[in-house]
Design a protein around this ligand. Structure first.
Ligand SMILES: [Zn+2]
Length: 468
């Protein structure tokens, strides 16, 4: 039903409700449509008046829908009215309602009230990250930097992951300020990006650039550039960090992955200890490999092709003289089917070693084990980003080493837009991560807000240097 253009009288609403196919949900459907059509708030108000007259009460869900409409249109005084009503009638609200109030008020001149509500929410539950972000941005916009920082640390302490949006906001509202503590905070955000292998998008990168260039008396200059394959910055001629792990770093990583990921509880929820032992014996017999391939993953590169053809193509691309390949397969690949032709399977097994795991097994642990056991030179092929495993690693040093190793050893396979070509993007010589030498910063960034595949590392960089 189309919401009316103007407020209606009780009788008019009544007639509409009676003609509606399911009168018992009339108000809800009507309010939903009002939100969709962004109807005038006074039209919604007249509906609520009608409901109050006929039912003697307005239910929680109707109030929330009305609130959503008011927030959508920034009607501050109406938002405050609903807040007073709800506070009187309900002891606590659910988080969706708090989110709406905080979002609505943080964008208004009553933004301090949003902070108060946030404090109230904290007494009963963990506020959502969007609530924190609304408040942080509101405080920032009104130059209450310390309040913004406190809220930011508070949300980090509660393990809420800030969006890039809120991190960017810090750079925006700190522009032009001379404040050593604030500067440390922003450097902290940059090292947070580094540690978590997060790449800012173009707009965020611009905010970083403008902030650096605005620091009074520091004379920073930023340039956009592409880094050469050698890893040297064409603007300032600095050599970017090497992507190789030292022997010591590699040893630490190998040990931690073995304990945390491979022998940790996590693995054995997905694969049986017997199967993993069989795999270990298989690998130890044939070490070392040069490239370990996640067969199932690679077999899906071109959706229109047979799975075994995709895998065959990948193996042919990677198999060069004296290169030892290990393909992690699943048992179902050994049963003749439309996707897995057994004559192709036989041919592949002449070019590479295959290990076939149970169909249910999670093969990331296999991939990590075989690659790490083969040594520092060994690389691996998968389209996955091994996200789950990062979470299993117990400390930030190991997570950092893991990501660095991953960037240097993961061969990324992607098919072209038309699906005609398969590309194998080689691992980089330099480390694609936010980095500084004190008087320079190099920040890789993405062109778009969301790039399709998170494992694709950016080629574009912001070079910042401090001119003496
Ligand atoms: Zn540079």
């Amino acid at each position: 039903v189309q919401p009316p253009e103007k407020p209606l009288q009780t009788e008019e609403w009544k007639r509409l409700q009676e003609n509606f196919q399911s009168p018992e949900i009339f108000e809800e459907v009507m309010l939903n449509n009002m939100i969709k059509c962004n109807s005038r708030v006074d039209v919604a108000k007249s509906l609520l008046t009608y409901v109050a007259k006929s039912d003697g009460d307005i239910g929680y869900t109707l109030l929330i829908k009305y609130l959503a409409l008011c927030v959508q249109q920034q009607k501050t005084s109406e938002i405050c009215d609903v807040y007073d009503i709800m506070k009187m009638r309900f002891k606590t609200l659910e988080s969706g309602a708090y989110n709406l109030f905080i979002r609505g008020l943080s964008n208004s001149d009553k933004w301090r009230m949003a902070l108060t509500i946030l404090e109230d929410v904290k007494k009963v539950m963990t506020p959502s990250r969007t609530s924190y972000e609304s408040c942080i941005k509101a405080a920032g916009r009104h130059q209450e930097i310390n309040v913004a920082r406190e809220l930011y640390h508070d949300m980090l302490a509660k393990d809420l992951v800030p969006t890039l949006d809120v991190l960017q906001a810090f750079f925006d509202f700190s522009r032009g300020m001379k404040d050593a503590e604030l500067k440390q905070e922003l450097f902290g955000i940059l090292s947070y990006l580094r540690d978590n292998q997060i790449y800012p998008h173009r707009m965020f990168m611009r905010s970083i650039k403008l902030w650096f260039e605005s620091i009074p008396g520091e004379n920073w200059r930023g340039h956009l550039t592409n880094i050469k394959h050698s890893g040297q910055c064409p603007v300032c001629h600095h050599q970017l960090e090497d992507s190789n792990l030292t022997e010591e770093e590699y040893r630490i990583l190998k040990e931690r992955i073995t304990t945390d990921v491979i022998h940790g509880r996590d693995t054995f929820r997905k694969t049986s200890p017997q199967e993993f032992e069989a795999f270990q014996a298989f690998v130890e017999d044939r070490l070392p490999f040069d490239i370990v391939i996640d067969g199932l993953n690679v077999s899906h590169i071109k959706p229109k092709k047979m799975h075994c053809e995709n895998l065959f193509h990948a193996i042919n691309c990677l198999a060069k003289e004296n290169v030892r390949l290990l393909v992690l397969g699943r048992k179902h690949m050994l049963i003749n089917s439309s996707n897995w032709k057994q004559e192709v399977m036989k041919e592949m097994q002449n070019k590479a070693d295959f290990f076939f795991a149970e169909n249910i097994s999670e093969d990331d642990a296999f991939l990590l084990y075989a690659t790490l056991r083969s040594g520092k030179h060994c690389r691996f092929v998968t389209r996955d980003f091994l996200r789950d495993h990062k979470a299993c690693l117990s400390d930030s040093l190991t997570r950092h080493l893991f990501r660095k190793w991953q960037r240097g050893h993961q061969i990324v396979v992607s098919s072209s837009a038309e699906g005609k070509h398969i590309d194998f993007l080689p691992a980089f010589n330099y480390d694609c991560v936010v980095q500084t030498t004190g008087d320079t910063w190099h920040i890789p960034y993405k062109d778009m807000f969301e790039e399709k595949y998170s494992y694709q590392v950016p080629r574009k960089w912001l070079c910042l240097q401090q001119k003496q």
